[in-house]
Every structure is written in C-alpha cells, then in structure tokens.
Design a protein around this ligand. Structure first.
Ligand SMILES: [Fe+2]
Ligand SMILES: [Fe+2]
Ligand SMILES: [Fe+2]
Length: 410
C-alpha cells in the first residue's frame, strides 16, 4: 500500500461539506458549531491541541446522520429524541484509527450535564461533548434567523435566554457563562452567516501541514463519508465500498501501479458523495423518477466534484469520481465527455459503478446474476457507452469481479 501527502485538517474540512448537504436547510451546521465551539474554547484559554481536537469533533459531530428525516427530528430545541445518530457516529469514528480518539465525545454530544457529570470519562471529553451540545442547540435556534430575509441579530437575546435557562441542567455552568460572554458582541452572531470560513477555521487548517498518511489510514477516514452515503438508502448498502473495491481490482488486472490503484479505490469510495444532497424520497422511490426528480439526481456527480476538488492531493481523484456517469459516446453527464476525454481510471470507475449497482436490488428492479450483469455490460459496450477493454477484463475475471463488488446487504 502506498502513502499520500495531504493536509488532514483540510481533507476533513472539505469532505465534511458532504455532511452539510444532508442537513437540507441547515447547510453548514457542523461548520458553524465548530466556529462557535472554538470561540468558546479560546475564551476558556484551553490549549491549542485541545481546541484543534474539539474543532475537529465539532465538524464531525453529526456524522451519524445520513437521512434528511433524522435531521428534521433534531431541530426541535426541547426534543430529546436524538435517535441513534450519536452511537452511529461513535461507531464510524472508532473504525478510523486516526479519528477514534474523538468517538467518546461524539457519543455524548446530546447528553445533559446532570447525567454526563456522573459518567466515568475524562473531564476534557465531558466538557468537549457538552460544549458541542450547547452550541449545537444555539445553532438550531439561530437557524430561523439565518435566512436571507431575516436578521440574525434579532435572535440574540432570545437564544441567550434559552441557553441560560439550561445552566447546570443541560449544560455545565462554566460553559454557559462563557457562551453568554462571547455572544454579547454583534460580531459573534454576524459571523454565523459565514460560519464555514470565519474565525478559527483558516488557522485550524494551517496548523496542520501537508504530511504523509498511509493509504489504510486515509481509506479509513474516507470510509466514514462513504458509509454515510451508502446508509442514506436501504438499497445502496456498501455500494461505494463495492465500487471502490471493484475499481481497484480492475485497475490491478489492467496493470496500473499500486498508487494509482489506491487512488482508484478512494475515488470509488467517494464517487457518490454528492448523493447526500438528493432527498430520501427520490433515492428510495419505487417507481421511475419523473423528469424533475431525474434532474435532482443528475447533479450528484458534479456535487461530488465540488466537495473534493479543493483537497490538495485529491486532484485526480476528484476528476475520476465525478466522471462516473460519463459514457464513451458522449451521452453521459455532467461534462458530456467522450472517450478521448476520459482516462482509463474514469472508465474503470464508470463500469464498476454499473456492475455494482446491477448486483444490488434497486427500488424498481431485482438484482442480477453475474452472467446477466456481463451481458448487460456487453450491450452497453456495443452501443459505445462503456469501455470494451474494461468489459473484456470483466469477462475474463467475472467471479473475481463479483466478489470484489461485494453484492451484500439486499
Ligand atoms: Fe447531533
Ligand atoms: Fe452515481
Ligand atoms: Fe454509484
């Protein structure tokens, strides 16, 4: 396995744009909470490492939410039905060695202080989790005022009062007092309108330099996001994982280098990231999509590009991932590329995507057997859509491709 040179903070910051898409009208919720958490921690004079870690946890705090419907439950201030998104988030982070140390904080980010203080956890974790909880509630109260036709300053006193009422019950008194202090200036509230790029974010990214990371560690981080995408719909369980694995397998068969195969796997894992923007009811619709629903669906590969394009070290990955619906005859989307514009890697991912999808049930059809998939792929090859060289490789290694596509879950 090869190594990658990336800025870990930058990578997670941009990938987390995908989490914001799930939130529908709560775009940038995670990043606004991270901004406020950092303001609070700076006022408390916590050390830089502690603030950096908390900022990271705040960006990721709702990573256990895949479905828009779950978010809708979370926006009730007094509501106590957080569902299982805290334990799902904990599980996702635990599976990634570089981020596992944040999992306790994520697990407890909806626990009231009265209960949290009795739990056997380091004080730093309890304070961090409670700080995220407090500012998560602030953000949802502020949401109504972040619309273009509203004025965020009109929310200030109402929110400060609501938070004060929960002092020593929901939230640690010191955190409430600090919040009340930092939220006095209008600038605190106005910055929320640009929560994703104001305050601590830039210096947090700059605190982390470009450094080497093993493919295995990078893959474990990327899989946090691919699992969120795959779990958005019952039908797509492990789809991205299967596309990543099959793309790698085909790349190896076609003689590509180990580093390119690592990149292919990452691109396969991320290819459908933009689907987080597609509402649940469209993804799960049992009938054919209408014209307008199709238009919503068709923007997802461009949205994938938009999320990962600025990550240094992901330049090729973002292009290959975003071209997975392109076709050799120019009939694909969103760039309408033809074969000459498409790299072998992009053509591999496009085929792996079709193969893996056909191996799973979809709302409007049953899954196909390996031989049926091959015959569908050949038809697409004869029409000039999918790449014939890649199809030939599938034909010679059908059982291996089937295994790599991991057609489980449906
Ligand atoms: Fe949450
Ligand atoms: Fe797709
Ligand atoms: Fe896909």
């Amino acid at each position: 396995m090869s190594t990658f040179k990336i800025n870990l903070h930058e990578t997670i910051f941009f990938l987390s744009d995908a989490l914001n898409l799930v939130a529908g009208n709560q775009i940038d919720h995670g990043k606004r909470v991270a901004f406020m958490v950092a303001e609070c921690a700076l006022a408390l004079k916590w050390d830089r490492k502690r603030i950096d870690d908390l900022f990271l946890a705040a960006i990721l705090h709702d990573c256990g939410v895949s479905k828009t419907a779950v978010y809708e439950r979370l926006v009730n201030f007094e509501g106590k039905n957080a569902g299982n998104h805290c334990s799902r988030g904990e599980k996702l982070l635990k599976a990634s060695p570089p981020l596992a140390y944040l999992s306790d904080c994520i697990l407890h980010h909806h626990v009231d202080w009265v209960d949290l203080k009795g739990i056997d956890l380091p004080d730093k974790v309890k304070m961090g989790a409670n700080c995220i909880y407090l500012l998560d509630r602030v953000d949802l109260l502020a949401l109504d005022y972040l619309r273009i036709d509203s004025n965020i300053l009109a929310s200030k006193e109402h929110i400060r009062k609501k938070i004060f009422e929960k002092r020593d019950t929901w939230f640690h008194p010191q955190l409430v007092d600090t919040f009340l202090e930092i939220s006095k200036p209008e600038a605190f509230w106005l910055a929320l309108e640009k929560g994703h790029n104001s305050g601590y974010a830039r210096s947090w990214i700059e605190h982390d330099l470009m450094s080497e990371i093993d493919f295995i560690d990078l893959k474990s981080i990327v899989m946090i996001y691919s699992r969120i995408v795959d779990e958005k719909s019952y039908f797509t369980k492990q789809h991205s994982e299967g596309v990543g694995c099959l793309s790698r397998y085909l790349g190896e068969l076609m003689g590509l280098s180990e580093h390119i195969c690592d990149k292919l796997e990452i691109a396969g894992l991320l290819h459908d990231l933009g689907k987080l923007r597609v509402p649940d009811h469209i993804l799960d619709k049992p009938d054919r999509l209408t014209e307008s629903e199709l238009l919503v669906m068709q923007r997802h590969s461009y949205d994938t590009y938009d999320i990962i394009k600025d990550i240094k070290g992901f330049e090729e990955i973002s292009v290959w991932a975003s071209q997975h619906h392109e076709r050799n005859d120019g009939s694909g989307y969103p760039y309408r590329c033809s074969k000459e514009d498409l790299s072998l890697e992009a053509r591999i991912i496009a085929l792996a995507d079709v193969f893996q999808s056909l191996a799973q049930n979809r709302p409007h059809r049953e899954k196909l057997k390996p031989e049926e998939i091959l015959s569908m792929l050949k038809k697409q090859g004869n029409k000039g859509k999918l790449d014939k060289d890649v199809i030939l490789m599938v034909e010679k290694n059908l059982a291996g491709c089937w295994q790599a596509a991991k057609p489980v879950g449906c």
